[in-house]
Design a protein. Structure first.
Lengths: 114, 111
C-alpha cells in the first residue's frame, strides 16, 4: 500500500537545540499532518498543511514549532528551541483529499530531548 | 474533556475468540469514524472506516456505528495472535480532516 517515509527513526538532542524531522509523503497526496504520541498511547494532532500553508493547528503546536514543504522536497517539522517535554514519537501522515479521508502514517521519529 | 473515549483500556482474548472494542464521542459534529491499528514500533494503519449507521464487515472485522448515540464498536472474530496491537478509534467532522484519536485499547490475543 501507499507508504509514508520518515527520517530519521530516532533522534537524540540536547535541550535548547534545533531539530528537524523529515517526512516523505505518499506521492499524489496533497494534505500533510503531524501527530505527537507520548508513552505509546494517545495520538495528539499537531498541525495539518496544504498548498504551502498551515490549515489548522492545535494548542500543542507551540511557537517554537514550524512546518514547511519546499517544492519537491520533504515535509518537515522543525522545533527551535527544543524543550524536555518535546520528547515523544512524532508521526507524519498524508491524505489525498481533505474531508472523510483515511490518513496514511509513517513509522514515526522517536525524539529524545536531554 | 477527551472528544473520543475508548473502552476497555486493555483486553485479553484467547486465540480464536471474539474481541469487542468500544468507542463513544462527545462531539455531535463528528460524521466520520475510523478504526486504526498500531503494532509496536510502527505507525497507525487504518483498519476500517464507517460513515453510515449500521454494520460494516470486512473479513473477520465488523464495525458498528450508531450516530444518534455517537457509539462505534469493533468486533474481531476468530482473533489471531497477529491481531495483538493498540487499536484506536478516530473521528472527524464533515468540513475538515482534523482527525481526533481516542486513547486506544491494547489488545492481546493469547495463543
Amino acid at each position: 500500500g501507499p507508504k509514508v517515509l520518515q527520517i530519521p527513526s530516532h533522534q537524540i538532542i540536547d535541550m535548547g537545540q534545533m531539530v528537524t524531522l523529515n517526512c516523505d509523503p505518499v506521492s499524489n497526496h496533497l494534505y500533510f499532518y503531524w501527530y505527537k504520541q507520548i508513552l505509546g498511547q494517545q495520538m495528539e494532532f499537531l498541525v495539518n498543511f496544504y498548498n504551502g500553508k498551515v490549515m489548522e493547528k492545535s494548542k500543542l503546536f507551540k511557537d517554537q514549532f514550524s512546518v514547511e514543504r519546499p517544492d519537491g522536497s520533504y515535509f518537515t517539522l522543525k522545533i527551535q528551541p527544543t524543550a524536555l517535554e518535546d520528547s515523544a514519537v512524532y508521526f507524519c501522515a498524508s491524505s489525498p483529499l481533505l474531508s472523510a479521508e483515511t490518513l496514511y502514517f509513517g513509522s514515526g521519529t522517536r525524539l529524545t530531548v536531554l | 474533556q477527551q472528544k473520543v473515549q475508548q473502552s476497555p483500556e486493555s483486553l485479553s482474548v484467547p486465540e480464536g475468540g471474539m474481541a469487542s472494542l468500544n468507542c463513544t464521542s462527545s462531539d455531535r459534529n463528528f460524521q466520520y469514524f475510523w478504526w486504526y491499528r498500531q503494532h509496536s514500533g510502527e505507525g497507525p494503519k487504518a483498519l476500517m472506516s464507517i460513515f453510515s449507521d449500521g454494520d460494516k464487515k470486512e473479513g473477520r472485522f465488523t464495525a458498528h456505528l450508531n450516530k444518534a448515540s455517537l457509539h462505534v464498536s469493533l468486533h474481531i472474530r476468530d482473533s489471531q495472535p497477529s491481531d495483538s496491537a493498540l487499536y484506536f478509534c478516530a473521528a472527524s467532522e464533515q468540513s475538515n480532516n482534523r482527525i481526533f484519536f481516542g486513547d486506544g485499547t491494547q489488545l492481546v490475543v493469547k495463543p
